[in-house]
Design a protein around this ligand. Structure first.
Ligand SMILES: *Cc1c(COP(=O)(O)O)cnc(C)c1O
Length: 233
């Protein structure tokens, strides 16, 4: 199937999941996870009507950006970010979804001051408490939200999570539910510089469950572009 057909099918499944949950599909963004797909394929996804593009590696992003890959749609960063690469993203991407540690938050603030911009971010939460994954614990995310006034050039706009690889269908629903509860708890505090408008969770294999549990943004790669060929890199 073509990229456009895949996007149509995902929209259909999103609408179905939203309806089953008594939600409006219009409040859920479809973010294309574009890693390992070249600018032409990303443009196809943009033309097919995804709501945003999420890139994983700074090097890929800076290569595809001048090729106009993301033109017309918001660009997000969703991968692990080294502090020395922050300068390539601040003021360039609309949203850094994968802020997974305080050191990175500090580096983003510093770069935003330097550039005279305000950078929107999400906090990445390690909701499955996995050793192999980075991210804030829920308690640390709450604490970081409480401290956002320390970072006046950064706006916290929500949370992002990559739950454990699902052992069987539905296994991740409780993690999605925990994320939703955390985002509601943080929003209720009405901290300075903090809104919880985005709850970024759900990928190709589990976005229907994520939508059922309150996701406002799904990040989909494989279901749009097909399987990634890791043997090439
Ligand atoms: C690759 C990636 C996705 C998309 O994964 P698929 O299973 O291919 O849909 C989502 N989020 C992040 C952070 C990713 O790196």
């Amino acid at each position: 199937m073509s990229i456009a057909e895949n996007v149509r099918e995902i929209r259909r499944q999103m609408a179905e999941a939203a309806e089953a949950a008594g939600r409006n599909a219009n409040e859920i963004a479809l973010c294309a996870a574009t890693k390992m797909n070249d600018a032409e394929r990303v443009k196809e996804a943009v033309a097919a009507g995804v709501d945003c593009c999420g890139e994983n590696r700074v090097q890929e992003l800076t290569a595809k950006l001048p090729q106009g890959a993301y033109e017309g749609k918001p660009l997000h960063f969703i991968g692990h970010l080294q502090t020395n690469k922050v300068k390539y993203l601040v003021g360039t991407v609309d949203l850094i979804q994968s802020v997974d540690r305080t050191e990175l938050l500090e580096a983003i603030e510093k770069e935003a001051v330097k550039k005279g911009v305000t950078q929107d971010i999400l906090l990445e939460v390690n909701i499955g408490a996995e050793e192999s994954k980075s991210g804030f614990t829920p308690a640390q995310a709450m604490e970081t939200a409480a401290n956002m006034a320390r970072y006046p050039h950064v706006r916290l706009r929500g949370l992002m999570a990559i739950p454990p690889i699902s052992e069987h269908p539905g296994a991740n629903r409780r993690f999605f539910a925990d994320m939703r509860a955390l985002s509601v708890d943080i929003a209720a505090k009405k901290y300075d510089n903090v809104t919880m408008e985005h709850l970024s969770m759900g990928m190709s294999g589990d976005f229907a469950d994520a939508i059922a549990e309150g996701s406002t943004m799904i990040r989909v790669g494989t279901a749009i572009f097909g399987a990634r060929d890791y043997s090439k890199k």
